[in-house]
Design a protein around this ligand. Structure first.
Ligand code: NDP
Length: 300
């Protein structure tokens, strides 16, 4: 049975790891905060092929595939720095799949460090949210060589509905960052438009009826705003801090590519401001509340 190490049992990581166990893989999981690891262990059915271990070194020992899903690439590096012996435990022919929504330069550095030890690396950020992870329908964006993507395909299939090989190491991170920049722009611009319409006396539900049958529709107008803003539910599934990080990666990526990108650069600034105003625990859709504050109206 293929041995898998899973590092990082956060909102999405824990759900992905549960899918890996449900697919019958032999999984050793680790999380920095032990209480979260214990919660994950308690969620596994008895007699399952998954367990939690107290150190990342123990998790990766003997694993054929190491999956990490931390907040940022810098956190992956920090984990390696905090546990210097763990890399010695990674088998030379193993594959390291980083499902963190990371940044391309750090992924390329990590790939080079691991290659020096004979370990293949692939950046493999995901989209589809916590519900997609639960249902096993995530989209995985892979950056690496085709042989590596093929080797880990059966493991990725346990939580993915779609696996796309985007290009060399860093390409998955870049596609993910651009996708999330589009998400930030669509949430923010929809909130501005709906706030203005609300002030002019058009109910948001009425405006969305039109927009969602017209060319301005997006995931923000079709799903996020109806389900989370109009209801005032604002569930916490994907932290604004993480979207802020993603849009900053997209902005840096576009600057590196010498693409004039005023909209994405501004979106990065707006996400930074929203994150600073609303705090680390806020959900990404709560950014709408800043538009509401600034405009003195509620989108409801
Ligand atoms: P969470 O904030 O819920 O969890 C973050 C995880 O990273 C925790 O396990 C945390 O450990 C760990 N971590 C952070 N820093 C370190 C560190 N320095 N050393 C060791 N562990 C660390 O994030 P999510 O699970 O929501 O997201 C994980 C990744 O997936 C992110 O890159 C995010 O952008 C991406 N993503 C998330 C989606 C979502 O809907 N939530 C959707 C698509 C992508 P601890 O518990 O100790 O804090």
């Amino acid at each position: 049975m293929t041995r898998i190490a899973f590092l990082g049992l956060g909102d999405i990581g824990a759900r992905m790891a549960r899918r890996v166990v449900a697919a019958g893989f032999d999984l050793s999981a680790w999380n920095r905060t032990a209480s979260r690891a214990q919660q994950f262990a308690a969620s596994l059915p008895s007699g399952s092929t998954g367990r939690v271990v107290p150190t990342p070194g123990e998790a990766v020992r003997g694993a054929e595939v190491v999956i990490s899903c931390l907040s940022t690439s810098a956190d992956v590096m920090a984990m390696l720095g905090a546990h210097p012996a763990m890399l010695d435990e990674v088998a030379p022919n193993a594959v390291w799949v980083d499902c963190t929504s990371g940044d391309p330069p750090t992924s390329r550095k990590l790939a080079a460090d691991l290659a020096a030890r004979g370990v293949a690396f692939m950046d493999a950020p995901v989209s589809g949210g916590t519900s997609g992870a639960e249902q096993g329908t995530l989209t995985v964006m892979c950056g690496g060589d085709s042989a590596t993507v093929s080797r880990v395909q059966p493991v990725l299939a346990s939580f993915a509905g779609k696996i796309v090989h985007c290009g060399p190491v860093g390409a998955g991170d870049a596609v993910k960052a651009v996708n999330n920049a589009l998400l930030a722009v669509s949430i923010w611009s929809a909130a501005e438009g709906l706030a203005g319409l609300r002030k002019a006396g058009v109910a948001p539900q009425v405006a969305l009826d039109v927009i969602n049958a017209s060319s301005g529709r997006s995931n923000a107008t079709m799903t996020l705003i109806p389900q989370r803003v109009l209801t005032r539910a604002f569930p916490r599934t994907f932290r604004l801090a993480l979207l802020d990080k993603d849009v900053a990666i997209a902005a840096a990526f576009l600057r590196d590519q010498a693409v004039p990108s005023p909209v994405v650069q501004l979106a990065a600034e707006l996400m930074r401001l929203s994150h600073a105003a609303l705090g680390d625990a806020a959900d990404h859709v709560e950014a709408v509340q800043l538009v509401e504050r600034w405009s003195g109206t509620e989108i409801a």
